[in-house]
Write a protein that binds this ligand. Structure first.
Ligand code: FE2
Ligand code: FE2
Length: 453
């Protein structure tokens, strides 16, 4: 019993005994009812839903709660939800009750199909063992909808990156996405800074400090983590806030690769990879706590198979995304393979500016499959690397969270090259059109066209 409760109980028992009315047990029972009522106060669902890790036959729905809750999603194809089924949080065996984040994975969906949904949660009182009961229920009255991925879905996507919980630039980025209304968004890493608590992660993904709180309730998001999404104790289990796919959605070999994606979206196949940390596992700064090496190798096996999947193999356009660039022409830029501690005076940084190890493992597979474009991030400055004779794919490096300035404090100076980007891809007239939107100027910074592979 908490000290506050002990004092309260003692007071009630003393009052009951003094008054001589009823026995002590009944007084304690009244107190327990009072506690239950107290637990029921306040709003239970405290964020809009976020659609995560979408695919042709599944969708993740994640939302925040303020107390212990058993969350669910009502989902159906009719807008009045008259055909809705209820899907509980968690997987098999038991539900995944939680006092902060509810994660529901909808499976068995049809490709390229619009579904309507609503979120809800039972408030749970749990006092240990079998002492558990429902003490309230809350449903978000809004009905949202989404469309699953698939060959017949709209070939229209956006990529954002390096948002770093900088609300002054994240807000306008999200406004641009609302204006463009793509079928899905790929968040290409460094959403985080260094996150030590689940609450901090919730603030980034579920309750960001921007006007459009329901930014991801109708537009599904995919995630390619960046090096900063590996930093901090909480980010060691980012799947508590950014859920994994269910194990049955991937091969046993790939069970731990819960966020890699190979999604067909109209004429485009989208591939998502995780370049992991920007320092070697052997770097003494890391105290042996990272295993990026084997993780990248596991993704190579996954990628080889993903590219052979019928819906990926037959897509006219193949676009891959990952956080750290897979090419850099600047000889001063650290390629991330300087053992053991990433230090070499010939490079401008002692961390990876680009990822040669990943490039050597992944780009031969992507090239053989006819990949036209790799979209990356990490360098905080927009750049386009046109295809070359020895590199048939183009690379776009996404922009920065800075709004026209570089540096900070006394070193802060104007820099019009520092701006956030929204990279938009759309298939029009048989070719893939890429528009790079400059969020600082509000204009299209560059436009590129790709022919079918
Ligand atoms: Fe970054
Ligand atoms: Fe980064």
């Amino acid at each position: 019993m908490k000290r506050r409760d002990f004092i309260k109980t003692t007071a009630v028992i003393a009052a009951a005994t003094a008054a001589g009315s009823g026995n002590v047990l009944r007084a304690a029972e009244r107190l327990s009812n009072a506690d239950t009522e107290q637990e029921s106060e306040g709003q239970l669902i405290v964020s809009a839903p976020m659609l995560q890790n979408f695919a042709a036959t599944s969708m993740g729905v994640v939302f925040a709660v303020s107390a212990l809750a058993n969350g669910y999603v009502l989902v159906g194809e009719k807008s009045d939800l008259s055909d809705a089924r209820k899907v509980l949080c968690g997987g098999y065996r038991m539900t995944d009750i939680d006092d902060r984040v509810i994660r529901v994975r909808l499976t068995g969906l049809k490709p390229a199909t619009r579904y309507y949904y609503r979120i809800g949660a039972d408030r749970i009182s749990y006092k240990g063992g079998y002492k558990m009961k429902i003490v309230g229920n809350e449903e978000d009255p809004r009905t949202y909808s989404f469309v699953t991925a698939g060959e017949k879905a709209e070939a229209h996507f956006c990529v954002i990156n390096d948002t770093h919980a900088r609300w002054e630039s994240f807000g306008p980025v999200i406004d641009k996405i609302a204006e463009l209304a793509p079928a899905c968004v790929i968040w290409n890493g460094d959403a985080s800074n260094v996150e030590e608590t689940v609450e901090a992660q919730m603030r980034i993904f579920l309750t960001p400090e921007i006007e459009r709180k329901d930014y991801a309730a109708r537009t599904p998001y995919l995630f390619c983590p960046g090096n900063h999404d590996d930093r901090g104790m909480a980010n060691r289990h980012l799947e508590r806030v950014w859920m994994f796919r269910q194990p049955e959605e991937r091969q046993p070999r790939d069970w731990d690769l819960g966020r890699n994606f190979a999604v067909r979206q109209g004429d485009v196949a989208l591939i998502g990879l995780d370049t992991a940390e920007d320092k070697l596992d052997t770097n003494p700064k890391f105290a042996g706590l990272f295993t990026s090496g084997p993780y990248r190798e596991a993704q190579t096996a996954w990628l080889r198979d993903a590219l052979q999947q019928e819906e990926i193999r037959t897509a006219p356009f193949l676009v891959a995304c990952c956080h750290i660039p897979l090419f850099d022409a600047n000889p001063k830029h650290n390629p991330g393979d300087v053992a053991p501690a990433d230090k070499d005076p010939q490079y401008s940084t002692d961390f990876a500016y680009w990822q040669r190890t990943c490039a050597r493992m992944w780009t031969p597979l992507l090239e053989a499959a006819g990949c036209q474009l790799i979209i990356t991030a990490h360098q905080h400055r927009y750049r386009y690397d046109a295809p070359a004779p020895d590199r048939p794919w183009a690379q776009i490096v996404g922009g920065s969270p800075d709004l026209g300035f570089s540096g900070s404090g006394e070193n802060r100076k104007e820099d019009p090259g520092k701006y956030p980007t929204v990279i938009e891809g759309v298939v029009r007239g048989g070719r893939l059109e890429i528009n790079v939107h400059n969020i600082l100027t509000g204009r299209v910074q560059s436009q590129f066209y790709f022919q079918p592979r």
